[in-house]
Design a protein. Structure first.
Length: 92
């Protein structure tokens, strides 16, 4: 795991709002396209697909909103990511 940053320090699961579309990527659901894995924005609960997915909607959301932190919402995952510092953290 990489070094952390101020955006990820002490981030816990309770710091994330309920996912807006917990069963899929918001844009992929609207477009009828597929995703590989799902990521949730800490600031607004947007659910986007990972960078291994064709749409890369989680990263596109960051570029559009500048919301710096997302987490994986895949079963068994407990990590988050800071787009600003490009580091991974562990969601408490």
């Amino acid at each position: 795991m990489a070094e952390s940053c101020e955006h990820l320090s002490a981030v816990g699961a309770g710091d994330f709002p309920p996912p807006r579309t917990p069963t899929g990527c918001e844009e992929c659901l609207a477009e009828g396209t597929r995703w590989v894995a799902l990521r949730e924005c800490k600031d607004c609960g947007h659910v986007g697909c990972c960078d291994s997915s064709p749409g890369k909607h989680a990263t596109a959301h960051y570029h559009h909103t500048q919301h710096p932190v997302m987490r994986s919402i895949m079963p068994g995952d407990s990590w988050d990511w800071c787009y600003v510092h490009e580091v991974t953290g562990k969601v408490a």
